[in-house]
Ligand binder design. Structure first.
Ligand SMILES: *Cc1c(COP(=O)(O)O)cnc(C)c1O
Length: 373
């Protein structure tokens, strides 16, 4: 079925005695046994599983074309589950130069103290990828388009090469979402989400997820991350993400249209020196993105200004765009990324990152015009 249909119906099976059309929010932390000692229903205890979380996990697996999914309390809890439960000390992880800074900190700081080895490289350079693969990594970590520089990686090409040396490819699919890219169909072994972003879609929940293909060797490790590691999405959070999924396809489409319009407008402004958006024809990632991101280039973009002062003045003058971290909500957000990432940031100080919401693109552009004026 078309993804728009899956978004509406996944995890919404009408299977309760009361015939609920909207999935009930099931808050029970434990589940009763009969006189024979057997469980009455399919669930035992909230950490092991919960009906609302199970619906979300079924829905996420369906959206990504996976065999199983695991809902975590945040995107970083999901990435930590992969690093801790799918890797052994001394394993090598290859990661991209440009990467969500929290994941980079986990790989190079938290997990380095635990003995994990890590190597950063330019994942858009297949020659560099092939050389690094000779080192025998356990995982190849991809994020495309990347945060905040919008580098586009060819998932199918990297995953095919990783497979030849027995490495697993992890794709952080938070930015494109399954509405634009389905990494498992491109040969990836693991999909990661911060459901805080587009999947939740309303800036009212923090969550994460891992999706695996059927028969994945990581299925047991991910069950362990939840049951032994104790890292689970709570029922209310799972319910909110499930509610957000219903409109995912529509919201992503609107965000793509808005982002393209904003990117084109910014590109023509004299105070802007560079716009990073794969939807622009001269963007280095355009060709791969046009192939890999079906029907749109996403709602995220970043722009560099003539200097830091101009970038800071522009963000200060905006009225409609909300100055806040995060992305993927219905409202457009803007952020001076270097300020948020702190002193060890690699992000240029003249750069603003934009998350385009579902407002009218004309209104968003009018606000930018007055702010730059
Ligand atoms: C936000 C984000 C994360 C981290 O997710 P949290 O839900 O904030 O823990 C990871 N990867 C990407 C690409 C993100 O945008």
């Amino acid at each position: 079925m078309d993804l728009r249909t899956v978004c509406v119906h996944a995890g919404a099976e009408i299977d309760t005695p009361t015939g609920d059309v909207t999935p009930p929010l099931n808050l029970s932390s434990t589940f009763a046994r009969g006189t024979d000692g057997e469980l009455i229903g399919p669930h035992l205890y909230g950490r092991y599983g919960n009906p609302t979380r199970a619906r979300l996990e079924r829905a996420l697996a369906a959206l990504e074309g996976g065999g199983s999914a695991f809902a975590f309390p945040s995107g970083l809890a999901a990435s930590m589950a992969i690093l801790q439960f799918a890797c052994a000390p001394h394993d090598l992880v290859l990661f991209p130069n440009d990467l969500y800074f929290g994941v980079r900190k986990q790989i190079t700081d938290a997990m380095a103290r635990w003995g994990l080895r890590a190597q950063a490289l330019d994942m858009t350079n297949l020659g560099a990828v092939e050389r690094a693969l000779n080192e025998g990594p356990r995982l190849v970590w991809l994020e495309t388009p990347s945060n905040p520089m919008l580098h586009v990686t060819d998932v199918a090409s990297v995953a095919a090469r990783a497979r030849m040396v027995g490495a697993l490819t992890v794709v952080d699919n938070t930015w494109p979402t399954p509405a634009l890219t389905r990494p498992l169909e491109l040969g990836a072994d693991v999909v990661l989400h911060s459901t805080t972003k587009y999947l939740g879609g309303h800036s009212d929940v923090v969550g994460g997820a891992v999706v695996l293909p059927a028969g994945s060797p990581l299925q047991e490790p991910m069950i362990g991350a939840q049951r032994v590691g104790g890292s689970i999405a709570g029922p209310m959070d799972a319910w909110l993400v499930l509610r957000g999924l219903r409109t995912l396809a529509l919201r992503v489409r609107a965000a793509c249209d808005g982002a393209l319009a904003v990117a084109r407008w910014l590109e023509g402004h004299p105070a802007v020196t560079h716009v990073h958006y794969p939807g622009l024809l001269d963007d280095p990632g355009h060709e791969v993105a046009a192939r890999q991101m079906g029907g749109g280039f996403g709602g995220m973009l970043s722009a560099r200004f003539v200097d830091e002062e101009t970038a800071r003045r522009t963000i200060a003058n905006l009225h409609l765009w909300v100055r806040a971290t995060s992305l993927g909500g219905v409202e457009s957000l803007v952020e001076h990324r270097a300020l948020v990432e702190g002193p060890d940031t690699q992000t240029p100080r003249d750069l603003l990152r934009f998350s385009v919401g579902i407002e009218s693109p004309e209104d968003l552009i009018d606000d930018l015009e007055q702010a730059l004026g």
